[in-house]
Design a protein around this ligand. Sequence first.
Ligand SMILES: Nc1ncnc2c1ncn2[C@@H]1O[C@H](COP(=O)(O)OP(=O)(O)OP(=O)(O)O)[C@@H](O)[C@H]1O
Length: 337
Amino acid sequence: MITVTGARKNYGDFAALDDVDIEIPSGSLTALLGPSGSGKSTLLRSIAGLETLDDGIVRIGGDDVTGVTPQKRDIGFVFQHYAAFKHMTVRENVAFGLKIRKRPKTEIGRRVDELLGIVGLDGFQQRYPAQLSGGQRQRMALARALAVDPKVLLLDEPFGALDAKVRADLRTWLRRLHDEVHVTTVLVTHDQEEALDVADRIAVMNRGRIEQVGTPRDLYDRPANDFVMSFLGNVSRLNGKLVRPHDIRLGREPDLARAQDAGTAGSVGVTRATVERVVHLGFEVRVELRNAATGEDFTAQVTRGDARALGLAPGETVYARATEEPALPETTRVPIG
Ligand SMILES: Nc1ncnc2c1ncn2[C@@H]1O[C@H](COP(=O)(O)OP(=O)(O)OP(=O)(O)O)[C@@H](O)[C@H]1O
């Protein structure tokens, strides 16, 4: 378990961390998710001991490590731009931490080969970092961080510099690695898809504070406020309320929009709208609409079948209804940014 209590960090009069409390359960993979500048890296670096808090306590496995140097915190750390030792082979890079801990040679050899197997770099032992792809280099970085059996693995946008396809592959791979190794892991990301994809728990950060912590499903289904709802998944605004585009039903007749989902409590009424654009996104279809009463634009997401059945085309009049009662009380609105 990692526990951070009352963490504050100021740069001049800017609060990078503003009274942050968080508990990260042992063996979990927790993502710190938030926009740029929200304090994710500062929090991660404070757990690592690379940043000194102005106030607050960091505990790892029950021990107060607030004043302890990074080297003595028993952590592994991987950054976005991993600085490998260029003149060392992959094997030597991964062995580095074990070597300086003066572990026996045979143990080092065994451990390094085992780790390279786990990260899918078996056979790359004798290569130099320059002979690896970006994704392979980050996997080598993970092997190196894991080599010394850290209590905690801290990852700061480890796949941030890679292209989308490689990123997607690596996150599947990270999830599998975590299921195998079970080391308590904290991952900093600004990518909601990445957080939803790999994390057991997500802490959403905004302006140096934690807005909400929960499972990906909790956060998606029961966001604590507008900020969390907007940050996780798509949102649209219908008659002043935030709604998920796939929670908007469309119909050709006002009562059809209602009847399609008969029995759903919490209807927020039926809105007449004009179809502006119909965008085919594979299985789903995004329908861009204009509210006939207010002139505001909003978006619905429907299946291809529904779009065809409704014969949606620009200029047509349809009726829209949000099937889910927006979960957010008006009073919890927080500024975004
Ligand atoms: N050494 C520093 N001196 C001054 N300001 C800093 C310093 N380090 C961070 N900050 C500021 O603190 C805020 C939080 O930074 P942090 O790196 O934690 O954000 P982040 O959420 O990780 O963002 P990003 O995704 O862009 O890395 C930012 O506004 C940043 O400019």
